[in-house]
Write a protein that binds this ligand. Structure first.
Ligand SMILES: [Cu+2]
Length: 304
């Protein structure tokens, strides 16, 4: 005996249909321009560098591959659900074991897919981590608990400098950093290949700008290097991506990509404000000389 389901009245069906239509319209109307952009970008930010599109393409095609796999799997599930459904209460399905060709297929296919994913991941990673011998300029970045400092070189860059202790690319620097009331701004010239030398005097941080579609750990005791070529002028958000302590969430910064002339004017502005030094300020002992870290704060820090 089957289940006795009361037939829905026509009125109920009509009101259900109206409700469904209403919900659909509400959902569609709720899509702001930002949402539409997010959907179009597959939840990725706009690309602001030459290297960014590589990450984006990897992301996009990984989704395409996952979708194709999903559609095949869902299709097969629907097919067997319908084709092999129980047709009468006392039917016992045919019992089958082993299907060698099928088992070989579903072992080899995922392995092949992993190889393809791996190949493209390595290819993109090589682009994102590539270090050209002669970047157009080098910025010494310091991430410290809990702030960022940016040291821009003045004058000619020494292409042989390695960026480690004392071996810096410039003879003179201007610097900027944030304080408790203001986050710092990293100003960069457009269309120049920029190398970031990443320093940390305390714990592991992570230097990341979503619109660059890349980021890198900032590790005490070593200098990690990252090169990007910004291509779109504008203001972007950056932050620390490694939980580094109680005020990790304050390690925000702003990135401004500007023209070469504006960049030079900015450096002159910093120099005029007296924010100059012979060597980049890299936190630690230097922290006392950085803006935003007054003497009282640094003394508190040294007592720990
Ligand atoms: Cu941090």
């Amino acid at each position: 005996m089957g289940l006795q389901v009361p037939k829905r009245s026509g009125a109920l069906r009509r009101s259900l249909r109206v409700a469904l239509l209403g919900v659909t319209m509400l959902v569609l109307a709720g899509c702001s321009e930002a949402d539409t952009r997010q959907i179009r970008n597959l939840a990725m930010p706009d690309r602001a560098t030459e290297q960014g599109p590589y990450t984006y393409e990897l992301w996009k095609w990984a989704w395409v591959a996952a979708m194709i796999t999903g559609v095949i799997v869902w299709g097969l599930i629907a097919y067997v659900v319908v084709k092999f459904r129980r047709r009468s209460d006392d039917e016992v399905p045919r019992q089958t074991r082993y299907n060698l060709p099928l088992e070989v297929f579903y072992t080899i296919a995922p392995v092949l897919m992993c190889i393809v994913f791996f190949f493209h991941t390595v290819r993109v990673q090589d682009v994102m981590t590539e270090l050209e011998d002669t970047p157009d300029l080098t910025v010494e970045v310091v991430g410290y608990q809990w702030q960022w400092g940016f040291n821009h070189g003045i004058g000619e860059q020494n292409p042989d400098a390695f960026g480690d202790d004392g071996d810096f690319a410039y003879e003179e620097y201007v610097y900027t950093t944030g304080d408790a009331s203001e986050i710092p701004t990293l100003v960069l010239p457009v269309d120049q290949r920029i190398q970031f030398n990443l320093h940390s005097p305390d714990v592991i941080h992570n230097f990341g700008v979503p619109s660059f579609l890349t980021r890198m750990d900032v590790i005490p005791g070593r200098v990690n290097k990252l090169q990007v070529t910004p291509t779109v002028e504008g203001t972007y958000a950056g932050k620390c991506y490694e939980l580094c302590g109680v005020y990790h969430s304050r390690m925000l910064f702003q990135v401004e990509i500007v023209s070469q002339a504006e960049y030079e004017a900015y450096l002159a502005e910093l120099a005029e404000a007296g924010q100059t030094s012979e060597e980049p300020l890299l936190g630690g002992a230097n922290a006392t000389t950085q803006t935003g870290l007054g003497e009282s704060q640094s003394q508190e820090g040294s007592e720990e």
